[in-house]
Design a binder for this molecule. Sequence first.
Ligand SMILES: O=C(O)CCC(=O)N[C@@H](CCC(=O)O)C(=O)O
Ligand SMILES: [Zn+2]
Length: 340
Amino acid sequence: MPLAQALFDGHDSWLDHTLALGEQPCGDMSVTMTDGGQLHRQDTGLLCYHPAYGSPETPALILSAGIHGNETAPIELLNALVDSIVTGRIRPAIPLLLILGNPPAMVAAERFMDHNLNRLFCGAWQDYPDCHETRRAAQLEGACRSFREQHKGPFRHYDLHTAIRPSRREKFALYPFLEGRQVPETELAFLTEAGIGTLLLQHGHGTTFSSFSSEQLDAESFTLELGKVHPFGHNDLSRIADLEAALTRLIRNEPAPVTTGTQPPDIFVVVHEILNTGDHFRFHIPDEEANFTEYPPGTLIWEDDITEYRVGPEPEAIIFPNPRVPVGHRVGLMVRRRSG
Ligand SMILES: O=C(O)CCC(=O)N[C@@H](CCC(=O)O)C(=O)O
Ligand SMILES: [Zn+2]
């Protein structure tokens, strides 16, 4: 039986297997690749790879997609990488943890079922009533922690997403906030290689998956926004071919290309985080507004009965405008290009 079918219980791909199971767990199993590497199915949507040889300096990589179930382009990209590994087109030279985050939400083509999974990390899942997403956040934290314990060398995590709105900057990365941490030059070069020309530096502690791996696993972590949400089968994966090539290079542990003369990503900082303040919250950004739409000084962005927010002395742009979130959650971010 072909390796993929053995590992995925007769399904042709990891994605088909994950969608067939949804919320159901699956048994743990391992297969040995022809080069001696071990591919280990830990549970539904959870795979890990250990190469036959390695040293303490060998970097390790976590790749996740589908933390939001309807963000299908990154899911299809990760599935294609797994297919290449299983069929021997890519022979990984580094340990990998590969995650399809929210299988039942993927089946339902929804962002999430009960709670936004990407707000439940760093232990925040303990503050919510038990549901599929709280259990999944706990499981993913545990899987990442034990992977980290086995691999003490350089450690990266890329959490792949797509955005609800179109964007004036199609692909962008978010770097979780950690006091005193600066983005290494190697990571800036990786973003350029991957065709991601914009980087937003987060401004405070978060409870996203990338915040968790950054803060608690000492990973170089990024949330990567790779375009707009579309249903399965309606993505133009050629738009993220540079990322696929850059990830393939990392997985093979090949040296980075020489980047002399290439443009580093444009860096943005958060000026203001818009939170839903409750019943009297009024948001003045139209529903269909694209990410990175800029507003002139003085523009009223939101208000309630007590306070309001207007753009400061320099123009500011909006990212992730979405007023349909629970009270206390993020409605959007106001950002500005970093000077210097
Ligand atoms: O388009 C939107 O409104 C949301 C897209 C999305 O899911 N973005 C992530 C960003 C995570 C981060 O801040 O690192 C999210 O909201 O979870
Ligand atoms: Zn997302």
